[in-house]
Write a protein that binds this ligand. Structure first.
Ligand SMILES: [Zn+2]
Length: 200
């Protein structure tokens, strides 16, 4: 069984937050603060229904790096308050557009209206192991916590990803604007160790 949280055979349980490479192996999603705000706005405007969209970017050795979002329509006709579906056609279009810029679809975001930001059984049944799944809780219409997850290869569950917030604008793929800093906030209410790392 593969456990993505395992960083290396000799790493202690507390060691993985202290080393970039280990963080990357345990799962890091790097995303501009502007795009996190965009997800929050989308979730707020879709409330009380779920919003959904795609994370566009590239997978680098140190992190999955989001550089753009693509809003998607919730293709469901029922249960839109607790289900979302992105149509295959929309996904295909997004893949095509992203690849023209040398990028790809690297994940999906959606909101949980009045529900914790943790993957549901429905999410688990419909997830793919190579995507990141960002979930935003929207509580009474207001954006609340935001988490990111990856499905284990054996589909037995999700592992939390660290969210690394970047200050750079959501354009370009260069690394010049990349900064890492001491985490300003680390969530303790999530099942795994989802750290929300704020840039300064
Ligand atoms: Zn969900």
């Amino acid at each position: 069984m593969v456990d993505h949280r395992v960083s290396s055979p000799d790493a202690g349980p507390d060691a993985k937050c202290s080393d970039d490479a280990r963080l990357a192996r345990s799962g890091t999603l790097s995303i501009p603060a502007l795009l996190l705000d965009e997800i929050r706005r989308h979730g707020q405007s879709a409330y009380p229904e779920e919003c959904c969209g795609l994370l566009v970017g590239q997978v680098e050795p140190s992190a999955k790096r989001v550089v753009a979002l693509r809003r998607a329509a919730n293709a469901r006709e029922d249960s839109r308050h607790n289900r979302y579906t992105i149509s295959p056609g929309e996904l295909l279009q997004a893949e095509k557009a992203a690849s023209e810029s040398g990028l790809g679809v690297i994940g999906v975001y959606h909101s949980h209206p009045d529900h914790p930001a943790r993957p549901s059984a429905f999410d688990q049944d419909h997830a793919l192991p190579w995507y990141s799944y960002v979930i935003l809780r929207v509580e009474r219409g207001m954006p609340a916590e935001l988490t990111s997850w990856t499905l284990r290869e054996d589909r037995s569950g999700f592992d939390a990803e660290t969210i690394e917030t970047r200050k750079d604008p959501a354009t370009g793929t260069g690394s010049s604007g990349r900064t890492r800093s001491t985490p300003a906030a680390v969530r303790s209410d999530t099942p795994a160790d989802t750290g929300v790392r704020e840039g300064d």
